[in-house]
Design a protein around this ligand. Sequence first.
Ligand SMILES: NC(=O)c1ccc[n+]([C@@H]2O[C@H](COP(=O)([O-])OP(=O)(O)OC[C@H]3O[C@@H](n4cnc5c(N)ncnc54)[C@H](OP(=O)(O)O)[C@@H]3O)[C@@H](O)[C@H]2O)c1
Length: 252
Amino acid sequence: MRIDLKGQVILVTGAPGGIGEAIVRKLAECGATVALHYNQKAGLANRLAVEVGNDSKPFHADLSEPARGVPLFREVLDAYEKVDTLVNNAGVYLRSPNDKDLNGWLADWNRTIAVNLTAAGVLSREAVNYFKRAGGGRIIHIASRAAFRGDYEEYFAYAASKGGMVALSKTIARTCGKYNVKSFVIAPGFVRTPIVDEYIKQHGDESIMKDLALSEMTRPEDVAPAVAFLASGLMDHATGCSIDINAGSYMR
Ligand SMILES: NC(=O)c1ccc[n+]([C@@H]2O[C@H](COP(=O)([O-])OP(=O)(O)OC[C@H]3O[C@@H](n4cnc5c(N)ncnc54)[C@H](OP(=O)(O)O)[C@@H]3O)[C@@H](O)[C@H]2O)c1
């Protein structure tokens, strides 16, 4: 079986991040044109777009202001005249202890929900409205094991944001299937990327490794193939599903 994404335009948010970059490379390797959304890493996004080819291009938006998802989606549509798949991947993992002062804790909460959930919601809304006109499309949400297992005490907002993302995906799948819109979740456990640097600095690799059934921590390259598979259409009848990629650390 070969996964062929030739002719597909796929918008990936957080494209120059750890998991984002692996997703971009895998999608482009399968022939897709990738719209690489970035926030702070313009240089990296530009270089990656040129490197993967297939007419892939970078697009900027700071999704801590979720409404920016609207012009982002429209710029991609203007550039390519279509979008086949949206990958909601951008996210933050802000440590926010419960003894932090309320204003600081609320600022962390609001930023986490804005980037991880509200922006994904705004982009999904744009995508669904467009997909209904265009005859269909797919949305792939990069959520987290935390949505199902729960997270650590300093990450209330993160777990809540990812749980919201799972509910969002199921709702899109339930209500928009008749319009040929499919929605999926990928739920990684710990993956070695910059987002978990602070956690690893504080707790060490061992605290992660002891939970794994496998003997290696998941790498971004272990997550990316599932995105290509879901984008290909071969998994459309699994719409609404969540795929766990967590090295056997949590089995639902
Ligand atoms: N690594 C893990 O252990 C793990 C586990 C489960 C789920 N995930 C999820 O996987 C996704 C990718 O994370 P990662 O591990 O690849 O982390 P990463 O390397 O830190 O990448 C995160 C990406 O999100 C973007 N982002 C953050 N704030 C943004 C904002 N305000 N506006 C727009 N984009 C923003 C970042 O761009 P800038 O840096 O330019 O702001 C970056 O490209 C996230 O949704 C994360 O929750 C990760």
